[in-house]
Structure formats: structure tokens, C-alpha cells
Design a protein. Structure first.
Lengths: 955, 163
């Protein structure tokens, strides 16, 4: 004890890394806080300086992620400067340090003032702490405890009036009780400054001042997107999560840090777990919700509605809890032993009769790296085929192919944090605020701070509406536009000659290829004025740190790979790559689609993109997996489309599908169903009886992300931990265990004891993952690959010292129109995409409160087209293409180009992929999901149809 | 902003046209919200929700912020106002001389509460803290006319003068 005190009294200088960096620009200032000497850069607040030496000062309105109004005055301190006391008690959160300051944070005057402030807040605060959801986690309550502040006695002079505002209970996610609001305004600032939504603000005046959504409406009638940022910053019980109500207090809840299972942004959050009884009265650990945390590396406290409120699927009653075997067309429950024995016997029989290439395996962009690695081993070493693929084929296979050919690596080149450092953003075919909502926050912030952004998209998305320029091109004309930009950059000599000479090859080829692709020519194809194309090209080329972000508007075309190469050409011309704030950045879709690709869930490569055609690679894996070299096929396998075609033609006899739902996600659904029905034997591993699982012969019940250990790799190549929060639901097993069990039943025992041991093998066989282990990730936090060795710090930016492939390569990529053009019979263009409130085929998001705010899909149509067909909002239509027809209500919007209609593919009731064109890119085999010709006829809606009330449509 | 009965599309009234003109004039001027709201209220007599929405969109100010400003200042009104505004003084002098009885009588007579407007839009009733005519207490103002030394009985006759 004595020793400790002496230590505290000795002079202690705190120099964090950040301080060191700042010192280069800023002067250092030394002051004393509670007897400790602190040195910080000038401009630091007294509060921050105190926090640096571990002195805690109470705050209610202050938040390190938000602007600082200094309004609650709880953080007051005593300050002496040059031997004189400062007047009054200055608030430490808005008082900047100066040299020689002597700060006292716990004097009697300070404590008394803080106590009075708390008592004044309590004077109007409801006295319902006993049943308040926030009890135990309420800042007001814990400060009251710390400072001995109490509710004033009833009838005493200090006792005030309690407000009697109505609750806002209008939506499934957020409960607002403004009677408990202390007007700190953090929700107002979080909504505006972090989320860029500005739904909340102060209204009225004096004692009745309160925070209200726009026009004092209920949240469900405003532009709120239910991200819940307001909940995460509220210091009291004024804004709470509805899903957690009554399920446990702070001390009942266990938290487990993990990675979100929805999109590829890779947000981290804590699963909140409470011990509760289930419907049968049995006690179990239950995920009651999630909590975001300021120390999450990608997202801080921000989450989107799916991440914060979309977790009901974990305990949903539809979860598969036992293996199922199809007998006489009906699924019956089976024991694990029975199901495994049957599956193994059938697989062995098929292998014996037809050989390994009679199998097709679909891995999963939702499963962990470890599981995908294992399935890759199972396919290649146990089944003996390279026929393994997954849904990356449908989203970014053209990126993997295109960028690998141009740069040598098919992934996002720069980290998400670089969005803040770029000075020109070109966003192509990405509806970022809906598809990658948290990543989009960085873009919105950059735009608010003045970064020019040009959005190329046939629809005026939220981002397009806020951008400096929106180029609403005709669907499928991207390549013409991109080539015209290259033409401008070359003819106006805006390219970087040094960079091209040193780092690239094939410049002449490109010059030749784009000699004729003038902006005027492009205008005639894409409908964007030539001068606007010139302006965009000049701005991109003229930027110091120009960056490109793109998604499926670019890739899901039959020229997808060429589109990607055309983007790469622009970066190579201008040298906007390999540096901070630049890069070619494909935003990956699924939570672990990057990882599934990395782990060899592709037909032509082993993990780490090591070609199956390379004998030394086959030898390495054969050795690791203890099989003969010739057991590993040297022939690249089939892609998912080719597998389905193979099944159709009877060449493929059996498939194993893990956590994928091709019946809904793949183009031309009827063709998919026919293919699956043709199979002799289909195994599905999933957490639900999906529309694909219905065609299975055996279904194995898997665990959700909340029940297993492992890693996901996000869009910026950041490998992040997934941690088990609860025991497997029912009799389900984690996918890695199911694959191991199946391998064992087929006579190959896998040596893994847990996912960590699988990761150890991954590190051994996969050069870019060489430095990872669960232990290291737990110790150091997530790291971006390539991370080749234990001591390697990871690589947030690629190509900083030259390209992975040696030299960046220009490609001549001539424009081709979409495979299907509108004609008299099918006069409109159908494009497909995503909505904020749902994810992919909806298996998870539609089993949660998200379904309540977006229960039904609609077709977006331009008012001109709607007028010509006599359609108004909510009218039903039959939407037909050459492949099929669906029925769906319409919604008119002028934010889509005339001649085009749009719907998402989340809904089985509006199965848009019945209609899409399965024609593929010849290189990447990605289908052209974004463009096909269609026709619309008005029909009568379902009897008694009422449009869903309060459905949230973003525009 | 009403809808055309033939096409169902919004038809621009004379007032709407004046609002568009107003917004075109001020669109690029920073810090212009309050003058715009004042002029918009001149045009419409009050500030309908659709007008606030339009102002917010055109000036690129969040609607929640616009609403905050409108509700902060007592000069702005979200509901239609009466043709005649009655201000009842409840200041100290009027309070002593029975201003509350005058106020109660008016509430009863017009069947409205403080700040409300009669359904025929003839009167809006408001209480104020002082109108600076304490010598005449209890006192009310109707539009720009001052009526002093009131008793509840005198009110009916006074109201009858205002259509």
C-alpha cells in the first residue's frame, strides 16, 4: 500500500503512441492533475488529460465520439493557473490544457457542485429505478451512488414536477420514454454526427424542452432507420432496446465479444446473454440482444439495424435441432449416428460408382474460415473432387478474377479507415447505405466534411442523392463509361507517366483499345453527358488521393471481369493505388465471403489462392492431410453454375450444400430446383429448413454464429474472432464438427480438437494467413492479411511496394451490351439488389423484428413507365421475363431511370431470381443478375390486400 | 398544397408559388432559416407540416432542426390561427384585478383553451404575461385594440365587434 502511494506521487509522464504522433505537429503541455504530472499535446482538454492518467471525471453530455457541448456541467473541476484560481468551477470537457495548470478533480467544492447538479436532475426524474430497464447500467444512477445524491423528499423545495409525456412504443426496436430524459443531447448528436440521419433534435422551450423525432412524430413515421445509435449513447433509461425489456439487468447479463454475421463490413459487438427459461421451462443461456462497444475496431459503437436488432433468428422456433432424413418424400427426425451412417454410405457408394467428380460441394460465405477450410479439405481429400464453390461466384468472382489479373490480388486494396483520408471518391454500382450501412457512415461523414463523391448508378440511391454528382447511367453500360474515362485521362495526358513506366505494363494496349471510346460515344450508350464524363475523369485523375469503391452493379454482369479490369485500368493510369486514401475497393457482401474465398472454397485454388494445377501445392496439401498426392485432383473443378448444369444433365450425382440457399440466391430458380431434384443424393447443412434444404435427402442441423468459435474475414481482409456465447441450440452441432463427423464416418479421421487447431493448420498451409492463431487474435485483436508470420503486424494496404504480381497490368476490355436487350415483347430492364432491412435470402433477417418493418417486397418503377401502364402505388403486377413470372406490388419513384424496374431478392414470395438471366461472364462465370429484359402487366392483387402500414422504404 | 382532383397530383396554389419564389431567393444564403420561416408564415398564416418539410428539403436543413426552431419561438405557429388574436394579460396587476376571471370567461365563451383557435377560425386565444397597460387592468388586446377595466359581462359585446 505504501509503495503504491509513493509510486503515484512520483512524477509520471504519459506518452502514448498517439501523443508521439501528434507531437510532430503540436507543442506539448505539462500540467498537474490531482498531484500527477501529465504531458499532453496542446489542444487536449483537461478531461482527456485526466483520463490519460487514469483519473475518472463524471460526465453525462460528453462523449469521445461526438461533438462537445459542455452543457451538463457535471465534469467541473478546480483549476489554478499561475498561482490564481480560475473563476467558478470550469467544466473539464471544454477547458483546454495550458502549461503549469494545477487541476483538482475531487475537492469538496467540486463534489458538492456535482451532487447539486445530480439532485437537480433527480428532482424531475421518475422514481422508478426499481423497475427501470437501465438500472445497474444507468449513468445517472451510478453517479448518484458515487456522490450520495438522492431524489429530493416529496414536498421539499427541491422536489420538482415529473413530466407525463407519452411513451413512443410505435416500432419493434426502440422504446422512448422522454420522462427519463436528462437532455444531454447525445442521441441528437449520435443520430446526426455518426449516422448522418438527423432524425432527432431538441424541440419546445424551457421546462418542456424535450428531444423529439422530426415533427414530434412517432419514430415509425419518421426517417429513422432503427440503427439504435441513440440507444447506445443514452445515459439513462430514456431510450432503450425493446427486445431486451424484462429479460435481465446489467448484473444478469454476460457479454461475449464477437463479429456480426450479416454483411462484410465486419462490425464487432458484444452478445448479451442471460440465463432464462425456455418455452418448456428449462433454464438455458439465451442471447437477449447485442451491445455495441466504443473499442470495436471497425465500427466503434455504430451498428446497423440488422446487427443491433436482427438476432432473433438465433433462438427462433424454426431452428433445426435434430438431423432429418427424407423417407417417402417426408422429412423424419433421425439420430446423428443414423444420419451420418446413411450419408457416409451413400457418398461412398457414389464415389465408388462414379468417382470424385460426381460430387459438387457448396461452401458458405456465412460460415467461419475454419469451417470453409475444413469443407475444402473434405471436398478435395475425402470426396476427391475440386468441385467446390460458393456464393462469391454470384457476387465478386469477377473481382477476384479481374483484380488478380490486373494487380495480382483480388481483394479490397485499402482499409475502411482510408475513406476518411481520400480526397475524391468514385462509387460505382454500390447502394452502400443499404448494403454496407456501417461502412457507408464513413462515406457520409467524408461527404459532410466536403470530400467530393461521384456516384455511378442507375438509381438515385441515398448516397447518390448526397454526392457531389450522380451519374444515372443506363443499366449495363458501365464499361462504355469506364473506357471513356480512360480515354479522357489518356488524351488529356492526365495520367501519371512515372508510375506507369515503373509499375505497369501494357499501357500501349490500353491506349489503342480506348482510342475511339470518346465521351461522346459513351454518351450515346450510357446516357450520361459527355462533359460530365470528362469532368469525372478529370477530377479522379486530378485528385491527390483518388479512390474507387464498387460492388455488384459492376460485377454481376456478363462482362463483370472486364468491368473490374476497366476500373483497375483507371487506378493504374492515375497511380491511385498503394497509398493511403486511394485504391480499388470492392466491398464484399457476406460477413465471411472474403474468408471463404481465402480458404479455398473455389474450384481452381487451394486455400490462399494456391492453384490446384501446381504440383508442389498439391504435394504440400497431400502431406498435411495425410493422403496420396494423386488423391488430390489437378483438374480445376466446376463453378456453382456448372455444377447445377452438371446435375441437370446427370453428370453430377450428389451435392453437399453448407449454409447456402441457391434456390433463392441463384439466377433462374426453376433451373436450380430441377437440378437439385435430379441429384441422387443431396446433403444440406443449415440452421433452418431453407428453400434449398427442402430438396435434401439428409439435413444436418448446424449451429449459428453465436454457438461457435472461429474467425470471419471482413471486406478489408481483417481476420476477426467469432466467439461462442451459448451452447448449441437443441442437438445441433457446429459445421466444423459435422464435416469432421462425416469424414470420420467415411473412414478419414480429422485430427482437429477445436477451431483453434484448424486455424493452426491454416497458418501452416496458407502463406497469407501464416501469422494467425486464435491466441494471437485474442491477444492483439483483428489483423489484416497478408500476415505471413507470427511477428508480422498485418497489411492494411496492399501494393504499397509494387504490385503483388510484379507489375500492374492494363487490359483492353471492349464494351459489350447486356446479353438481353429490351425488345417489343419485353420492353423494360429488370435489375435486382438489396434492402437495408433484410439480408440475402432472408433466412436470418426474416426471422426477426426486421420482418415487421419490411414485411413485403415491391417493384420500383419510374412514374413515366407506371403512367403508361396505368399503375399507381400498391397496384399489383405480373412481372415476366423469358424464364418465368412473379406477382408483386409496385411503388413509383423518380429515383430510378425510366425504362428500368428494380426489386430485391430477399423474398421467397417475390422470387426475383425466377426471372433473372443465368448467362454468365466467360471468365469468372458470374451470372448477369443486374440486367435482363422484362414485361409488366397489371393484375388484381390478392383478395383483401392491404399495403403494410409503416413499412420503412428509404426513398 | 392540395391535390388536383383530376390527376391526383399536387396542384400549386398561389401560396405555394410564392413559397417556391421565397425558397429560390434564399436557397444559397446561409443562416436564413428564421427569416424564411417568418415569410412562409406570412404567406400561409401559419406553418403547415408540408411547408416545413419543403423548407427543410430546399434549405438542406434537417426537418428535426427546423421543427426545433419553430417550436422554440412563440412567433411561429404550427396550426392555423384565427382571424382575430385575443391576448389576455395575466401579469401582476391584471392578476390582482381578476384577469384570471376574464381569461376563464373567454375560454368558456369561445370553448377553447390557451393557445387554441375556434373551429370557425374566428378567434385565437392566448395568455400573455404583461401588455404594458397595467393602469387599465384587467386588460385584453384583440388584434391591435386594447380593451381595459373589463368585467366578464362586457366581453360578449366586445367580441361581437370582430368577425
Amino acid at each position: 500500500m505504501m509503495q503504491d502511494r509513493t509510486k503515484n506521487k512520483t512524477v509520471k509522464t504519459v506518452m502514448t503512441k498517439q501523443v508521439e504522433m501528434d507531437t510532430k505537429k503540436k507543442q506539448l503541455v505539462t500540467l498537474t492533475i490531482d498531484g500527477l504530472e501529465v504531458t499532453v499535446p496542446e489542444g487536449t482538454t483537461v478531461l482527456e488529460a485526466a483520463q490519460k492518467v487514469g483519473i475518472s471525471i463524471p460526465t453525462l453530455c460528453h462523449d469521445p465520439e461526438l461533438s462537445n457541448p459542455g452543457s451538463c456541467r457535471l465534469c467541473v473541476v478546480e483549476i489554478e493557473l499561475n498561482g490564481r484560481k480560475m473563476r467558478n468551477l470550469p467544466p473539464s470537457c471544454v477547458t483546454t490544457v495550458s502549461g503549469g495548470m494545477v487541476v483538482q478533480t475531487q475537492t469538496e467544492a467540486v463534489r458538492k457542485t456535482r451532487k447539486t447538479i445530480l439532485e437537480l436532475l433527480l428532482a424531475n426524474h421518475p422514481k422508478d429505478c426499481l423497475r427501470c430497464e437501465r438500472t445497474g447500467n444507468c449513468r445517472l444512477q451510478s453517479y448518484a451512488y458515487e456522490y450520495g445524491a438522492d431524489f429530493p423528499l416529496s414536498g421539499s423545495a427541491l422536489d420538482g414536477v415529473r413530466q407525463n409525456y407519452a411513451f413512443d412504443d410505435s416500432n419493434p426496436f426502440i422504446l422512448r420514454d422522454m420522462n427519463k430524459c436528462i437532455l444531454c443531447g447525445k442521441c441528437v448528436r449520435a443520430c446526426g454526427e455518426v449516422q448522418g440521419r438527423f432524425v432527432l433534435d431538441y424541440a419546445h422551450r424551457g421546462f418542456v424542452t424535450r428531444v423529439v423525432p422530426e415533427m414530434d412524430r412517432e419514430l415509425r413515421d419518421t426517417a429513422c432507420v432503427y440503427c439504435g445509435s441513440c440507444v447506445s449513447v443514452c445515459p439513462t433509461g430514456a431510450i432503450i432496446e425493446k427486445n431486451k425489456v424484462g429479460k435481465g439487468r446489467a448484473w444478469d447479463i454476460r457479454k461475449v465479444r464477437t463479429t456480426c454475421p450479416y454483411c462484410g463490413t465486419g462490425c464487432n459487438f458484444d452478445l448479451e446473454i442471460a440465463r432464462r427459461s425456455d418455452s418448456k421451462g428449462q433454464m438455458r443461456d439465451e442471447v437477449i440482444g447485442v451491445a455495441s462497444s466504443i473499442d470495436a475496431p471497425v465500427n466503434g459503437r455504430a451498428l446497423c439495424v440488422k446487427g443491433r436488432f436482427g438476432m432473433d433468428f438465433i433462438h427462433h422456433r424454426d431452428r433445426l435441432t435434430t438431423p432429418m432424413i427424407k423417407k417417402d418424400g417426408q422429412f423424419v427426425e433421425a439420430s446423428w449416428e443414423e444420419a451420418l451412417t446413411l450419408a457416409a454410405a451413400r457418398l461412398q457408394g457414389i464415389r465408388a460408382e462414379y468417382g470424385g467428380d460426381a460430387f459438387g460441394v457448396l461452401a458458405s460465405a456465412k460460415a467461419t474460415n475454419e469451417e470453409n477450410y475444413l469443407l475444402n479439405r473434405f471436398a478435395r481429400a475425402v470426396l476427391g473432387t475440386n468441385n467446390i464453390d460458393h456464393c462469391a461466384r454470384l457476387c465478386h468472382s469477377s473481382t477476384v478474377a479481374g483484380l488478380a489479373a490486373s494487380f495480382g490480388s483480388g481483394a479490397m486494396t485499402n482499409p475502411i479507415e482510408d475513406i476518411a483520408k481520400t480526397d475524391f471518391m468514385l462509387v460505382i454500382g454500390s447502394n452502400t447505405t443499404e448494403s454496407h450501412p456501417v461502412l457507408a457512415l464513413s462515406m457520409l461523414r467524408a461527404i459532410r466534411q466536403g470530400t467530393p463523391c461521384v456516384v455511378i448508378d442507375p438509381r438515385k440511391t441515398e448516397l447518390a442523392a448526397l454526392a457531389y454528382k450522380h451519374l444515372p447511367l443506363k443499366p449495363g453500360s458501365d464499361l462504355a463509361l469506364l473506357n471513356a474515362m480512360a480515354h479522357v485521362i489518356i488524351t488529356e495526358r492526365l495520367y501519371k507517366e512515372d508510375f506507369i513506366k515503373t509499375h505497369t505494363e501494357g499501357f500501349e494496349t490500353l491506349c489503342e483499345a480506348v482510342a475511339e471510346t470518346t465521351p461522346e460515344w459513351a454518351e450515346s450508350i450510357c446516357g450520361i453527358e459527355a462533359d460530365l464524363i470528362r469532368d469525372t475523369a478529370r477530377r479522379y485523375a486530378g485528385a491527390k488521393r483518388g479512390s474507387i469503391y464498387y460492388t455488384m452493379g459492376v460485377t454481376q454482369k456478363h462482362t463483370g471481369t472486364h468491368n473490374v479490369m476497366a476500373i483497375a485500368n483507371l487506378a493504374l493510369l492515375t497511380g491511385h493505388i498503394g497509398r493511403e486514401g486511394t485504391g480499388v475497393n470492392p466491398l464484399r457482401g457476406q460477413n465471411n465471403v472474403q474468408g471463404a474465398c481465402d480458404m479455398g472454397a473455389l474450384p481452381n485454388v487451394f486455400p490462399g489462392y494456391q492453384p490446384v494445377t501446381d504440383a508442389s501445392v498439391r504435394e504440400k496439401f497431400a502431406r498435411t492431410w495425410a493422403v496420396k498426392v494423386d488423391a488430390l485432383s489437378e483438374r480445376p473443378g466446376l463453378t456453382v453454375g456448372e455444377m447445377l448444369q452438371g446435375a441437370h444433365e446427370g453428370r453430377l450425382k450428389s451435392m453437399l450444400i453448407m449454409g447456402e440457399n441457391p434456390v433463392i440466391s441463384d439466377p433462374d430458380s426453376q433451373h436450380v430446383i430441377d437440378a437439385l431434384e435430379q441429384l441422387d443424393f443431396l446433403i444440406v447443412i443449415d440452421i433452418y429448413l431453407t428453400d434449398t434444404a427442402r430438396y435434401a435427402d439428409v439435413i444436418f442441423p448446424a449451429c449459428s454464429f453465436a454457438e461457435k468459435e472461429g474467425t470471419f474475414t471482413n471486406t478489408e481482409r481483417r481476420v476477426q474472432r467469432v466467439r461462442r456465447g451459448i451452447q448449441p441450440v437443441g442437438d445441433s452441432r457446429p459445421d466444423w464438427q459435422i464435416i469432421g463427423d462425416l469424414a470420420a464416418a467415411m473412414g478419414q479421421d480429422f485430427p482437429y480438437t477445436d477451431p483453434a487447431s484448424i486455424m493452426d493448420e491454416i497458418a501452416m498451409t496458407t502463406p497469407s494467413y501464416g501469422g494467425y492463431s486464435h491466441k494471437r487474435l485474442d491477444r492483439e485483436g483483428p489483423l489484416c492479411w497478408p500476415c505471413p508470420a507470427e511477428e508480422h503486424p498485418g497489411t492494411p494496404r496492399l501494393h504499397t511496394n509494387g504490385f503483388v504480381r510484379g507489375k500492374g497490368k492494363f487490359h483492353a476490355v471492349p464494351y459489350l451490351p447486356p446479353a438481353e436487350q429490351p425488345d417489343d415483347e419485353y420492353p423494360l430492364i429488370l435489375s435486382t439488389g438489396r434492402r437495408l432491412f433484410h439480408y440475402h435470402t432472408g433466412t436470418m433477417s426474416r426471422r426477426s423484428g426486421l420482418e415487421e418493418v419490411y414485411p413485403e417486397e415491391h417493384l420500383e418503377i419510374h412514374p413515366d413507365d407506371a403512367g403508361a401502364l396505368g399503375l399507381k402505388d400498391h397496384d399489383w403486377i405480373r412481372l415476366s421475363t423469358r424464364r418465368g413470372a412473379i406477382e408483386i406490388p409496385v411503388r413509383t419513384t423518380d429515383r430510378i431511370v425510366a425504362g428500368m424496374v428494380f426489386a430485391s431478392f430477399h423474398f421467397v414470395e417475390a422470387m426475383i431470381n425466377k426471372l433473372t438471366n443465368a448467362v454468365t461472364d466467360p471468365i469468372a462465370k458470374i451470372p448477369e443478375l443486374k440486367v435482363c429484359a422484362c414485361r409488366i402487366e397489371k393484375i388484381d392483387g390478392p383478395e383483401g390486400y392491404v399495403p403494410p402500414a409503416h413499412k420503412r422504404v428509404l426513398w | 398544397m392540395c391535390n388536383c382532383s383530376c390527376t391526383g397530383e399536387p396542384a400549386l396554389s398561389e401560396k405555394d408559388r410564392r413559397l417556391v419564389e421565397l425558397l429560390n431567393k434564399y436557397r444559397t444564403v446561409p443562416g436564413v432559416l428564421i427569416p424564411v420561416l417568418q415569410e412562409a408564415q406570412e404567406i400561409y398564416g401559419y406553418l403547415p407540416a408540408e411547408v416545413l418539410q419543403k423548407v427543410a428539403r430546399e434549405l438542406q436543413i434537417p426537418l428535426a432542426k427546423v421543427y426545433g426552431v419553430v417550436t422554440f419561438y412563440s412567433q411561429f405557429h404550427l396550426k392555423p390561427r384565427g382571424r382575430n388574436i385575443i391576448r389576455v394579460c395575466l401579469g401582476t396587476a391584471c392578476h390582482v384585478r381578476g384577469g384570471d376571471k376574464i381569461f376563464a370567461a373567454l375560454q368558456k365563451e369561445l370553448a377553447v383553451d390557451d393557445g387554441e383557435t375556434t373551429t370557425d377560425l374566428r378567434f385565437t386565444l392566448e395568455s400573455v404575461a404583461c401588455i404594458g397597460a397595467c393602469g387599465l387592468a384587467p386588460v385584453i388586446m384583440i388584434n391591435h385594440d386594447t380593451h381595459g377595466r373589463l368585467t366578464p359581462e362586457k366581453l360578449t359585446g366586445i367580441l361581437a365587434k370582430y368577425e
